[in-house]
Design a protein around this ligand. Sequence first.
Ligand code: HPA
Length: 306
Amino acid sequence: MSLERLQKALDFQAFYEQKVAQAADYIKERLSGLKPAFGVVLGSGLGELAGSIEGAVTIPYSDIPNFPMTTVPGHEGTMFIGTLEGVPVVGMKGRKHFYEVADGPLNTGMLLTVFPVHVLASLGVENYFVTNASGGLNPNYKVGDVMIITSHINHMPNPLLGRHHDFKRVGSQDQVWRFQPMNGAYDKELTSLLRDAGFSHDSHVHEGTYMAVTGPTYEAEAEAIAFRDGFKADAVGMSTTPEVIIARNRGMKAVGFSCITNVVTEDGINATSHEEVKAVLESSEVKNRLTSIVRKFFRSYQEENS
Ligand code: HPA
């Protein structure tokens, strides 16, 4: 590793709070008075929803100081700031996955993975809406279904490991906690709104536990069986839990769902590929389902909060 890369990592690690503040300041200047209530991760399959964000100011991630760029095909890197069904939001098309940066020195991989969440919190955004693609472990799940996340199993490195950061909780002068409770991590009221939003897609909408692994491998038979029958997880994926841990640590409320892009057989066979995952998310039936649920969620949120 070059000394220059090491120096850059050391700088990012040591001055993490300032790096987040620089990114937040850059975005703040472009909010034109809007006070976003939600950060929305437009994961795979939800990219088109960005087009529904009205009056959107778009910012390429590459313009935001210190912001991580995405390197996975199908994951664009653009921020959309505007209103969704009347709710002011920051839409993020594209996320950094830990597997892309896990070899970064000095914990910078995880610090980069959760960087956007810190930026949202520093902007005062109170809610984090997360979406992702995952493999279905629960035998009732079919490809293209939606699983509202009610709890999770974090099988990735914990983003709060290491130096205790000097960040404040949203809407407060309190410093973030060293020991973060994760009970009720997925907000009950927001989850209930999401459940109602999914009601008309009834048979395709489930609720369950999301298990996060680093990937980038898909599961071997024994792993899939252990996650399903041992851990009792309903779906498995490679993102989300570090983000939700940081969202909670910063005092934000979290809510979200997984799109089931592939299913594991009873024998634990997960014979999927990135191409299959992308193809499911590109099908118009699935895209329409995801878009309809998200829109309905924000419409109800707006009705309840206006
Ligand atoms: N396993 C892990 N991550 C995933 C999967 C899976 O089967 N499908 C989509 N992301």
